[in-house]
Design a protein around this ligand. Structure first.
Ligand code: PGA
Length: 240
């Protein structure tokens, strides 16, 4: 069985004033892995607050080890802060920073080379879904941006469901996750890769999403910022 992971992506939200929320998330009982990815400036404080009770990750990294890349952050810097995971290829990075599959692959490889865990995001736009291209788009992103390594975590996040309150039906999630499982099992035999769903996950829909075959957890944006919203999602996954 793949590990079950409840992951939170705080995106560009949160200052040190948000650390009590992290403390409350870390203190909550969980029968699954819990990961919070705060913005870069909070990484060190977040690791200290988590105190090993939950995992802390970054939201992006540079593929290079160092050098003339103003404003970027290397995996070694993230590791030095005590973080264990890095989200790569989030659709907001793919869109806002024109990240290609090859760029995402290079970042994921850099994360793995350091001994950290990449959480690699894939997902179709609404136009692609309406054109009937969902499975081919997701398959191409996986082929192009996921290294063949049993340490990876993959998050399926339909772009149109992120931050919109819209979620695919459980049948639509199942269709993509079944295809993902087959593809990833062929790429990384026996890897038991966790396949997370992301996009408007909240306490009220978490249980039905976690009941879908081949869904091993969630990558949660908005509903990960407050412990009162996120802890029920952790509980739903713990019971799934
Ligand atoms: P959301 O974001 O839960 O706010 O829709 C999910 C994500 O982008 O990871």
């Amino acid at each position: 069985m793949p590990r079950k992971i409840a992951a939170g992506n705080w995106k560009m939200n949160g200052t040190r004033a948000a650390l009590p929320e992290l403390e409350a998330i870390a203190a909550a009982p969980a029968k699954c892995d819990v990961l919070i990815c705060p913005p870069f400036p909070l990484l060190g404080d977040a690791v200290a607050t988590a105190a090993g009770r939950i995992a802390i990750g970054a939201q992006d990294c540079h593929a290079d080890a160092g050098g003339a890349h103003t404003g970027d952050t290397s995996v070694a810097m993230i590791q030095d802060m005590g973080a264990s995971h890095v989200i790569v290829g989030h659709s907001e990075r793919r869109t806002d920073h024109a990240e290609t599959d090859a760029a995402v692959m290079a970042k994921a490889v850099a994360v793995l080379d350091a001994g950290l865990v990449p959480v690699i995001c894939v997902g179709e736009t609404l136009d692609q879904r309406e054109a009937g291209d969902t499975l081919s788009v997701v398959a191409a992103q996986v082929a192009g941006s996921v290294p063949k390594d049993a340490t990876v975590v993959i998050a399926y996040e339909p772009v149109w469901a992120i931050g919109t309150g819209l979620t695919p039906s459980v049948d639509q999630i199942a269709e993509v996750h079944d295809a993902l499982r087959a593809q990833v099992e062929a790429m990384i035999p026996g890897g038991d890769i966790p396949l997370l769903y992301g996009g408007s996950v909240k306490a009220s829909n978490a249980a039905e999403i976690f009941a879908v075959a081949n869904v091993d957890g969630a990558l949660v944006g908005g509903a990960s910022l407050k412990a009162a919203d996120f802890v029920p999602i952790v509980e739903a996954l713990s019971q799934a």
